[in-house]
Design a binder for this molecule. Structure first.
Ligand code: FA5
Length: 325
């Protein structure tokens, strides 16, 4: 038997095969029990020991060759089959981790957008302030008890880390004539012990609107609109008298979520009508303008919005907390 011719034929036929069922037919033909090769093996029975060894070795080589041809072909057909016919287009893709905004940034953006809808411009101010802008110009002289409300990180030469965003009221009015309406988002710092409601670093959004016919009614309307917008109408707002040296009258604003009617009222800002002394300080003509101002606590809003009961989570480097937003 011409084994070389057999191998050649088998190889040519196998390279033309395009599917697994044709390959199976090929296997039966060349490696099956009734294949030429098997019959060739069977014919050894009648040969001498010497011939059997000789031919047997050749036939074995041919069988190894055909078997490996078969295995290779099978592998290549199977991988092609998987690729073209069993590709699962509904299988979810690999998730690529990506960054996201900090919850305080998200809430700040919401607040800014709400005020912008009502015509407020966004202005930024310095985090390092002078004693004059942070206190004196706001009617908080050195021995005034209100300075205790803003325990301060003092720097050198009368400089300090601003304890609130209110200094920007003075800075802005010094350079601009009314009418205007602005908000000042930014970081504030207070040298105080932290607890679940207080951080030594937090954010406020200051607001200031000055015009020639402004009253507390305007303030009430605008703040209610903004808080309703931020909390998608799910909030009740309460105004309470309070005291800040740079406003008269002064008030504080509390909110409560409508879906938690038994929950407590939460203070979110200090506010009031701009004190006439401030207009004198920035050299506006007497009795010409009125205005309201407020300072909103951003962390408080975020805590209420996301149901977080400890402010210290926001600046704790635990990524598991941040990943929820
Ligand atoms: C002020 O800072 C005034 N400048 C607000 C103001 C502006 C009054 C304009 C009148 C006119 P107060 O200290 O209450 O006020 O702070 C305002 C808000 O900032 C608070 O309602 C609270 O939401 C937030 N806040 C104050 N201290 C902290 C703190 N340590 N940690 C987190 N939030 C704070």
């Amino acid at each position: 038997m011409d084994l070389d011719a057999l191998k050649k034929r088998a190889q040519e036929e196998s390279s033309a095969i395009k599917n697994l069922s044709d390959l199976e037919k090929w296997r039966v033909k060349y490696l099956g029990r009734k294949s030429e090769l098997s019959l060739f093996f069977d014919s050894f029975k009648n040969l001498s020991l010497e011939d059997r060894k000789n031919k047997g070795a050749q036939a074995n080589k041919a069988r190894i060759f055909l078997t490996s041809l078969y295995e290779q072909k099978k592998k290549s057909l199977e991988s092609a089959t998987t690729h073209f016919h069993f590709f699962d287009i509904t299988r979810p893709g690999k998730k690529i981790p990506k960054g996201h905004l900090h919850p305080i940034t998200l809430v700040l953006n919401d607040i800014i957008r709400s005020f912008e809808k009502l015509g407020f411009a966004v202005v930024l101010g310095p985090e390092i302030e002078t004693e004059y802008y942070n206190f004196d110009a706001l009617r908080i002289p050195r021995n005034h008890p209100a300075r205790d409300m803003w325990d301060t990180f003092w720097l050198q030469k009368g400089l300090l880390l601003r304890t609130h965003t209110s200094p920007m009221q003075i800075r802005y009015m010094e350079k601009h004539e009314p009418p205007f309406r602005i908000i000042v988002p930014g970081k504030c710092f207070r040298f105080e012990a932290t607890d679940s409601r207080h951080e030594f670093q937090f954010h406020q959004v200051e607001g200031l609107m000055v015009d020639d016919n402004i009253s507390l009614a305007n303030f009430k309307f605008i703040i209610e609109e903004v808080l309703k917008d931020i909390f998608k109408n799910q909030v009740t707002v309460r105004f309470r008298p309070s005291y800040f040296p740079f406003v008269s009258p002064g008030l504080e604003v509390d909110i409560k979520l409508k879906n938690k009617p038994r929950g407590q009222w939460l203070e979110v800002m200090g506010a009031g009508m701009v004190h006439p002394d401030l207009f004198d300080t920035v050299k506006y003509p007497k009795n010409m303008w009125q205005g309201f101002a407020f300072g909103l606590g951003v962390e408080r809003i975020a805590m209420i919005k996301y149901g977080i009961d400890d402010i210290r989570f926001f600046f704790n480097p635990d990524i598991r907390f941040l990943e929820q937003f």
